[in-house]
Write a protein that binds this ligand. Structure first.
Ligand SMILES: CC(C)(COP(=O)(O)OP(=O)(O)OC[C@H]1O[C@@H](n2cnc3c(N)ncnc32)[C@H](O)[C@@H]1OP(=O)(O)O)[C@@H](O)C(=O)NCCC(=O)NCCS
Length: 326
């Protein structure tokens, strides 16, 4: 097996690779990542997204890519035909020169193989499983579905700053927020919400199925929900949160009811979402709404290993004990 820089792969070969991955997502998740993959492929061709392929007998048997942004290295894919391939690809990422620009490594993956989890655990990533939940919707026949709670209104572009602040408050100090805003900073939340509303990574944003509590003049909404289309008939609740001071009063449920009702009226066949299995309140909310688990995603993170010099040793001895922490 040879590990190669994926930027040298021909466009045809890359297309076949991404198309195979797209079909895997479509059949397992009913999620069409074509728009997101197109952005990745453009960046690969321009040489701005690093990654690797594993090749054996001329055939690609595994691939990975990653980005480094704001000190965080994010692994966007890690797939291989065998556990050994996955392990070797992960080693290649963690040995890549770009790691120098990161203080933390993240991966949010839909693993096709249990070996992804094993490889990340072996390199001491902290792992958190996220359930991909689905609610199948009945077709609307005749009557219009019930309108959402009067206290809610559809999202407007001017809600963006208020929702950024809401998400930062709602997840403050919560470890599960690391996959959205690695250090909980307001600029990280702004970047995340901007990407959700404007970029293709989480599907195509749907303002008509995204809901906010309170009046349009309210700069501090108590609840908000953002939804995207991940396929023409699959509405995805990409984020929902309620201010800590307003919890337990059915606002979370009202936001979800509104998203489901608006998905029905737009002809969606299902509503999906991702939830950390460790997020007890959210898991319980979705269970009461009769969502069921369809697949599992894996979030992993770790600090970049640092080289540690033991204090108080002479330089020669210190060199001898130079350790890789990871
Ligand atoms: C999850 C969240 C949106 C729930 O909002 P909420 O307004 O407090 O929820 P509701 O009052 O509508 O509660 C609806 C159901 O959720 C469940 N639930 C809510 N809070 C719960 C808690 N602390 N523990 C267990 N179950 C809980 C219950 O089943 C509840 O039904 P019940 O009232 O009949 O018991 C809120 O806790 C939150 O913003 N959390 C941080 C952000 C987050 O994790 N978002 C989800 C990402 S996937």
């Amino acid at each position: 097996m040879r590990i190669e820089d994926w930027r040298a792969v021909s466009p045809d070969e890359a297309h076949r690779l991404l198309e195979r991955e797209r079909q895997r997502w479509l059949s397992a998740l009913q999620w069409d990542p074509a728009d997101a993959w197109a952005v990745v492929e453009d960046a690969r061709r321009m040489g701005t997204v690093p990654g690797f392929v594993a090749r054996a007998g001329g055939r690609i048997i595994g691939w990975t890519f990653f980005i480094v942004y704001d000190g965080v290295l994010k692994i966007g894919a890690l797939e291989g035909d065998t556990a050994d391939v996955v392990r070797r690809l992960l080693e290649a990422v963690l040995d890549a020169p770009e790691t120098r620009f990161a203080s933390e490594y993240h991966s949010f993956l839909f693993p096709g193989h249990s070996s992804v989890e094993a490889a990340l655990a072996r390199r001491r990533f902290v792992l958190d499983r996220h359930a991909y939940l689905e609610l199948r919707l009945p077709p609307v026949v005749g009557a219009r579905p019930a309108l959402p709670d009067a206290a809610l209104r559809a999202w407007r572009p001017s809600d963006l700053p208020g929702l950024v602040r809401l998400f930062a408050r709602a997840y403050a100090g919560d470890e599960i927020a690391r996959c959205f805003a690695p250090h909980g900073r307001i600029d990280e939340w702004a970047g995340y919400v901007n990407q959700l509303v404007r970029g293709p990574a989480l599907g195509r944003f749907e303002p008509a199925c995204s809901w906010v509590s309170g009046s349009v003049r309210d700069a501090h909404p108590l609840g908000g929900l953002l939804a995207t289309w991940v396929s023409p008939t699959n509405l995805h609740v990409a984020q929902v949160a309620v201010d800590p001071g307003a919890r337990g009063q059915s606002l979370g449920r009202s936001l979800m009811d509104a998203a489901i009702a608006s998905a029905v009226s737009q002809g969606a066949a299902r509503v999906t979402l991702l939830v950390a299995r460790s997020n007890a309140a959210a898991v319980s909310l979705y269970r009461t709404l009769e969502f069921s688990e369809r697949a599992m995603f894996l979030f992993g993170w770790r600090q970049r290993p640092t080289r540690v010099l033991r204090a108080g040793l002479a330089p020669r001895a210190a060199t001898a004990v130079l350790q890789e922490a990871g």
